[in-house]
Design a protein. Structure first.
Length: 153
């Protein structure tokens, strides 16, 4: 089983590109704090993890996410081998994101809206096929922070 769940902050705005066949692909880096502090009492360590999204998920991420924003990502780990300009063999680990979610509050998102996550369908490694569609809304509406006088709790 290859399933990864991460939550962290974007270190840069997502970069949207298109393949030769016109398929959208976006990439960004997520700064993820480790869940523990070092034994010597120092600061927590942070991992910087490359994330790749495809199709409508890529368009969604590039449109609504920005540097510094808190996001949750689910997907799979992929190891990619490549050769650099000098002919050296390189290896890169990245997450192929299937779902990207807003995890900060409305004020952190900046625009005050609640948008549903997009989910990628089809095989993520089949870059030429598949179809992405938005997750259908649940029928719930987000409440304003100021208008909670009628709530029983």
């Amino acid at each position: 089983m290859n399933q990864v769940v991460l939550m962290g902050r974007l270190t840069r705005d997502p970069e949207l590109r298109h393949t030769q066949t016109g398929t959208p692909v976006a990439s960004f880096t997520l700064a993820v704090d480790r869940g523990f502090a070092p034994r010597d009492g120092g600061d927590r360590q942070t991992d910087f993890i490359d994330i790749v999204t495809w199709r409508q998920t890529a368009e969604f991420v590039s449109k609504y996410f920005v540097k510094g924003q808190l996001a949750a990502v689910t997907g799979r780990l992929q190891i990619r081998d490549w050769t650099d300009k000098e002919g050296n063999k390189r290896r890169n680990a990245e997450i192929i994101a299937e779902n990207v979610y807003f995890t900060g509050d409305k004020r952190e998102r900046g625009d005050g809206s609640a948008r549903p996550p997009y989910q990628e369908s089809g095989k993520a490694d089949d870059y030429s096929g598949g179809y992405s569609s938005p997750v259908q809304p649940s029928g719930f509406a987000e409440l304003d922070d100021e208008d909670d006088g009628d709530l029983p709790f």
